[in-house]
Design a protein around this ligand. Sequence first.
Ligand code: 3HC
Length: 286
Amino acid sequence: MTIERAGVVGSGLMGSGIAEVLARAGIDVVVRDISDDAIAAGRARIEKSLGRGVERGKLSAEERDAAVARLHYTVDLADFADRQLVIEAASENEEIKKSIFAELDTVVTDPQAILASNTSSMPIIRFARSTGRPERVLGIHFFNPAPVQPLVELVVSELTDPQVVETIDTFATDVLGKVTIRAQDRPGFVVNALLIPFLFSAIRMVESGQATKEDVDTGMVNGCAHPMGPIALADRVGLDTCLFVGQSIYEETGDPAAKPPVLLSRMVDAGLLGTKSGRGFYDYSS
Ligand code: 3HC
């Protein structure tokens, strides 16, 4: 199966990054969001990132223009009828995601099409079972920023057809140029199961006054060669996303390391979501 036409549901931080990766790899992409405003913001994010890629010498101006031309935007999921691969990257709300998968099942005509979720931690099987083709559903989990981070986690549910996993593995490596790993459909998969407890430990350290956020970040950048410290990374991932992922891992495993720190919950209550809202642990307004 050669994938030439893909769809991305959601044009937020991850959806726009995934759409950019696909378009840069030569794939025709339809991006769907729920309003014209959301689409305008998603399109602006993609085009800004493509521009940054040109500035950094990662692609030529011609390649940027070709990628822009491969991206189409819609508010109507019915425009996904001819897609061979759809990646859902809507907000981390199980009911919303389930209803998207149920709708995709009725809209996407090719029975061989592959339906995927970029969820950070929710069980893929629940989305698979919202469709009449659970064997063609898997998790394709990208990392932020998607155009920069090489990794893609392939999340295999109890019902995913192994051939679907092979097809996507080949596509992700050979066409998208990504590095893949496979994970069972378990809370946090591989990376978030390790990362979230680490980020929460760092937040607890700040919460308890053991160290300042700056010292926590400086410590991990300069002591362990992390590209950015855990507090800055939590801001970048989105504090709301960190909270959802932690809640979802904690709910299923009861692992105290994944229990969201109170400080994190309060910051999300306050609308301090990190870089995307202009302020989280750090201020990004200027
Ligand atoms: N397109 C293509 N390449 C780009 C680009 C773009 N739009 N923007 C930047 N780049 C490239 C740069 O050219 C550079 O490449 P080089 O190393 O070959 O020169 C590289 O990306 C780094 O870019 P910058 O120099 O602009 O920025 P920094 O060096 O400050 O790095 C960062 C920024 C990439 C965000 C880095 O700090 C990083 O990797 N941080 C960690 C991010 C991380 O851990 N992400 C995972 C989060 S967890 C997740 O997403 C899962 C979810 O489910 C929660």
